[in-house]
Design a protein around this ligand. Sequence first.
Ligand SMILES: Nc1ncnc2c1ncn2[C@@H]1O[C@H](COP(=O)(O)OP(=O)(O)OP(=O)(O)O)[C@@H](O)[C@H]1O
Length: 303
Amino acid sequence: MIEVNELTKRYRNVTAVDGLTFAVRSGQVTGFLGPNGAGKSTTLRMILGLTEPTSGTAAVGGRRFRDRPRGLRHVGALLDAGDVHGGRSARAHLWALARSNGLPRQRVDEVLREVGLAGVARRRIGGFSLGMKQRLGIATALLGDPPLLIFDEPVNGLDPEGVLWARGLFRRLAGEGRTVFVSSHLMSEMENTADHLIVIGRGKLIAAEPLTDFAARGTRQQVTVRTPDPRALTTILNAEGATVTEHHDGSCTVTGLTAARIGQLAFDHRIMLHEVTTHAASLEEAFMELTADSVEYLAGEQR
Ligand SMILES: Nc1ncnc2c1ncn2[C@@H]1O[C@H](COP(=O)(O)OP(=O)(O)OP(=O)(O)O)[C@@H](O)[C@H]1O
């Protein structure tokens, strides 16, 4: 469990994190979302004790970082996949970390297998692609088998197969009861991964809720309707306050009424319907709507 309370970080002329309060529970994947520059990395660094907050607190398991036991057995984190010694092999890099954390050497081969790098374990990290470095970063986070895992943009640079693999891994780790906190600036990456979302913009909290609630409150639902008499239906639906857009293929998109209400009105007015399809709010749309005001680089303006 991570508890962040009124967490704030100010740099000279930028408030990177602005009074954030939220909790991250164990046993589920929590997505940490926000547009570029929203303050995600700064927040994660404060949770990990790598950046000192200007004010507020970040606690894990009820204890602040300075009072917590340290090391890879307690928390595993991937912050910057490029931040590794390029001259070492993947195995040597992990051996060094295992040694300094009092972990058995065999754990290194286990995690290399887990992340799919067993075949390149002896190769210099300097020659690794970004995706391979991400996998190595994930291996590092897993090395101590910790109950808390924090990943900052972990799927950057992974190919589609790698993205699927990472999703499955995060879900499995959460299923084992761990706390899994994963940041991303793309909603699509969270859609099939996260149970819970923390959404921030310009350092401030925008939403902290289950993914399903987030999707539901974002965009209005749309209903696609097909009828041989679109004009008559449009008149009736408009009179009920709905917005109707007619398309070239004869279908109409209706917002402002449920499919059931549209069906009832059509029935009452003896208008035949060939199709009534409800489109669940797209998560991507919900995310864009909620963060629209906080996109840092919109139209070239800076905060
Ligand atoms: N050391 C620093 N000194 C000054 N400003 C900083 C520093 N670190 C971060 N910032 C600023 O704080 C804001 C938040 O940055 P942060 O990297 O936390 O955002 P982010 O959500 O992780 O973004 P991204 O998705 O682009 O990685 C940005 O405006 C950034 O320029």
